[in-house]
Design a protein around this ligand. Structure first.
Ligand SMILES: Cc1cc2nc3c(=O)[nH]c(=O)nc-3n(C[C@H](O)[C@H](O)[C@H](O)COP(=O)(O)OP(=O)(O)OC[C@H]3O[C@@H](n4cnc5c(N)ncnc54)[C@H](O)[C@@H]3O)c2cc1C
Length: 353
């Protein structure tokens, strides 16, 4: 059982900034995210796009913003459960919560902050009749630990950046990489397409286009995939492999959170924005893109503001009756849970001769 002060569901920009604001109040955070990496939409959908409306950054790439948020909250030593979806929540008699993921990991906290954005990103699955039989038995829709493919035969399907980038990366790790796409053209960054072409020419990536994987062969684990190619005449053949990784993108779904008894309006969670972004269930807050209230704007800076106010309310739940006096970080400095201390240089009193 993972124990923490604030359990944050969603490691997007709002969730990551919550860790920092909570840390200032000496509250520890743990984050759950369905994706294998933090950053939410910024890292999953548009890491290389510049954002122009983050205060004090005239321009910053979404991927760089994620890196900066991680750097800023690192001193507060957040815990992460990545690649798992928060599935159920149970309120305990003492008012605390136990949240369990789809993989069975349990988390216990007095406060839950849902920073789930548009919802948990679920993979788009190809229509292959027996694919569900091989999930986690050689079929993976996301790459969490690239090293597990070392020395293995891997088939990747897809025509976007993920399929290209992972084919390129795994060409140095796996014993054989085959990339299959239903069109001849790839929709990705030019340098990724060119690199894949170069690796194909060197014989490091087998490219099969236009083609589709239509079946999976194996007993308890993937042994081969069935490929259909219809360039001139329809032909079908098998490719031996240990892993089949379809990378057809992810689509967000509010998913299990919608059944937690929270008040939902237009696929978002209603909160009390006049006060602290608490939901209809005391102790459960919703911040960032996932919430709704009159005048709501789904912008990163709004998520930061909401997270800041929410942490004050979380402090009161965790430390009932204890008064918190807001101090500027320029005055109080920042004491990390890792023993580091940041503070502005102190003024000295010294005579000038
Ligand atoms: C192309 C594009 C461009 C954009 N440009 C801008 C811009 O210029 N300026 C701006 O301010 N905003 C912009 N946005 C919007 C901005 O990205 C969002 O406002 C921001 O990402 C919201 O952050 P968040 O942390 O609330 O949610 P998200 O970034 O959506 O993160 C939520 C996380 O929660 C996880 N999650 C959800 N449910 C569960 C669950 N049950 N279990 C586990 N994990 C779960 C998801 O996997 C996800 O990682 C843009 C968005 C897009 C798509």
């Amino acid at each position: 059982m993972i124990k923490t002060d604030i359990l944050i569901i969603g490691a997007g920009p709002t969730g990551l900034f919550t860790v920092f604001e909570a840390g200032l109040l000496k509250l520890k955070c743990h984050l759950i995210d369905a994706l294998p990496q933090p950053g939410g939409q910024c890292s999953e959908i548009y890491p290389k796009k510049p954002i122009y409306d983050i205060p004090a950054y005239p321009e910053i790439l979404a991927g760089d913003l994620t890196d900066k948020l991680l750097e800023q909250c690192k001193q507060f030593e957040p815990g992460f459960t990545l690649g798992e979806r928060a599935e159920t929540i149970e309120k305990q008699e003492d008012g605390t919560f136990i949240v369990t993921t789809n993989k069975g990991t349990q988390h216990h906290a007095p406060v839950v902050a849902i920073a789930g954005g548009l919802g948990s990103f679920e993979p788009r699955k190809p229509l292959i009749h027996n694919i569900a039989d091989f999930e986690d038995k050689g079929v993976e829709y996301m790459i969490k630990e690239p090293d597990m493919y070392r020395g293995k035969k891997v088939v990747i399907a897809g025509g976007g950046d993920s399929a290209l980038d992972w084919s390129i990366f795994l060409s140095d790790v796996a014993s054989e990489v085959t990339l299959i796409h239903r069109r001849n053209e790839f929709r990705g960054h030019l340098d990724s397409v060119e690199k894949a072409q170069e690796l194909k020419n060197q014989g490091k990536i087998n490219l099969i286009t236009p083609a589709e994987v239509t079946g999976i062969v194996g007993d308890h684990h993937v042994k081969a995939v069935v490929v259909s190619q219809a360039e001139h005449i329809q032909k079908e053949f098998e490719i031996e492999c240990d892993h089949f990784i379809p990378l057809f993108g992810l689509s967000p779904k509010l998913g299990p959170i919608a059944n937690w008894g929270l008040e939902i309006e237009k696929n978002a969670i209603k909160v009390n924005n006049a006060l602290d972004y608490q939901t209809n269930i005391p102790g459960i807050f919703a911040v960032g893109d996932v919430n709704t209230y009159p005048g709501k704007l789904k912008l990163i800076l709004c998520g930061f503001h909401e997270a800041t106010l929410m942490c004050q309310a979380a402090y009161q739940i965790i430390n009932p009756g204890k008064k918190y006096v807001l101090k500027y970080t320029t005055v109080s400095g920042v004491d990390g849970f890792d023993g580091t201390r940041k503070e502005a240089p102190k003024a000295v009193v010294k005579a000038i001769d």
